[in-house]
Unconditional design. Structure first.
Length: 107
């Protein structure tokens, strides 16, 4: 029915993939990623898990008559940091192994 398909090999590959993924997530969680906005007026630091660790706002960014710009800078800095986390996550994910005989899985 499945031709040359080896269920044991598939299970071993799945277990290795799960182990590699857990190791990559652990390593990534130990890192910090910082995004900035407004030429460095605002910076946001996230953990590799995407949790906010720190927000820095330079005094020059604070204008009581223009809170909207400061709010936009915080959002922009967060998005920049999140993009760094996402890129690092994609780079550390283990590659899916080729699974002969399985459509859509390199076979």
């Amino acid at each position: 029915m499945f031709g040359d398909f080896d269920l044991n090999a598939l299970m071993q590959q799945a277990q290795k993939l799960q182990t590699d993924l857990a190791a990559a997530q652990e390593e990534l969680g130990q890192q910090s990623f910082t995004g900035t906005a407004g030429g460095g007026l605002v910076s946001v630091t996230l953990s590799g898990k995407g949790e906010m660790q720190e927000v820095e706002i330079q005094p020059a960014a604070v204008d009581p008559d223009d809170i909207e710009t400061l709010q936009a800078l915080v959002v922009a800095a967060f998005r920049a940091a999140k993009a760094e986390v996402d890129a690092a996550t994609a780079a550390t994910l283990p590659e899916l192994p080729s699974m002969p005989g399985m459509p859509g899985f390199g076979g």
